[in-house]
Design a protein around this ligand. Structure first.
Ligand code: FES
Length: 198
């Protein structure tokens, strides 16, 4: 009889122990669930916050983009159909003079025969003129920004009278204080008679 009672007691103790452990497991599981829920709430709040900040900042960023009139000023289209061989015109682009020269065969040959080793700022004529007949470049001396004169100077290109810089028929510096060639801006031929600068 005593043995049966003892066995029953220890069985009850084991059961109690098992249920106690289960309780702890259930408590742990519910803690984990709470943490996950809390993490989800934080993540959702951050995401909503980021969307809120982005939508508040977007109008400020958007207003910094140039409007259509500014974009139009950034480029200019020039009709070149009336320019004869050997002639050049000067147009304004972004407030700067741009020379558009239609070169003769002789001028092209002169520009292409030059040994690059002779040049202070070596650059092939082929890399400066997309179409050999047309030269497009900023009309500003690279020394201090004076406007050079066309068909002048020792190289039959441009001459800057301010301090005596000589440019050749490709607009490359050959002599004088200017450190670099006349700058070629971004341009493209829209069709045979129109150039878009910028
Ligand atoms: S600005 Fe042209 S040489 Fe000085």
């Amino acid at each position: 009889m005593c043995v049966i009672v003892a066995k029953k007691k220890s069985f009850l103790l084991i059961l109690n122990h098992i249920f106690k452990d289960n309780k702890q497991i259930i408590l742990l599981m519910s803690e984990e669930k709470k943490t996950k829920r809390r993490d989800f709430i934080f993540t959702a709040s951050y995401a909503l916050g980021a969307v809120g900040v982005a939508s508040a900042v977007w109008p400020l960023i958007d207003q910094m983009n140039p409007d259509a009139s500014v974009k139009a000023l950034a480029s200019t289209e020039v009709d070149i159909s009336g320019i004869d061989k050997g002639q050049s015109i000067t147009v304004l682009w972004r407030g700067k003079p741009v020379f558009i020269k239609r070169r003769t065969q002789e001028e092209i040959q002169k520009a292409r025969q030059v040994d690059l080793k002779e040049l202070p700022d070596p650059e092939k004529d082929e890399d400066r003129a997309k179409n050999p007949e047309w030269l497009v470049m900023l009309g500003m001396c690279t020394h201090l920004g004076c406007v050079p004169l066309g068909n002048k100077g020792e190289y039959d290109g441009w001459f800057c009278p301010c301090h005596g810089s000589h440019y050749d028929t490709s607009g490359r510096i050959r002599k004088g204080p200017a450190p670099t060639n006349l700058e070629v801006p971004k341009y493209e031929f829209i069709n045979k008679s129109t150039i878009k600068i910028g």
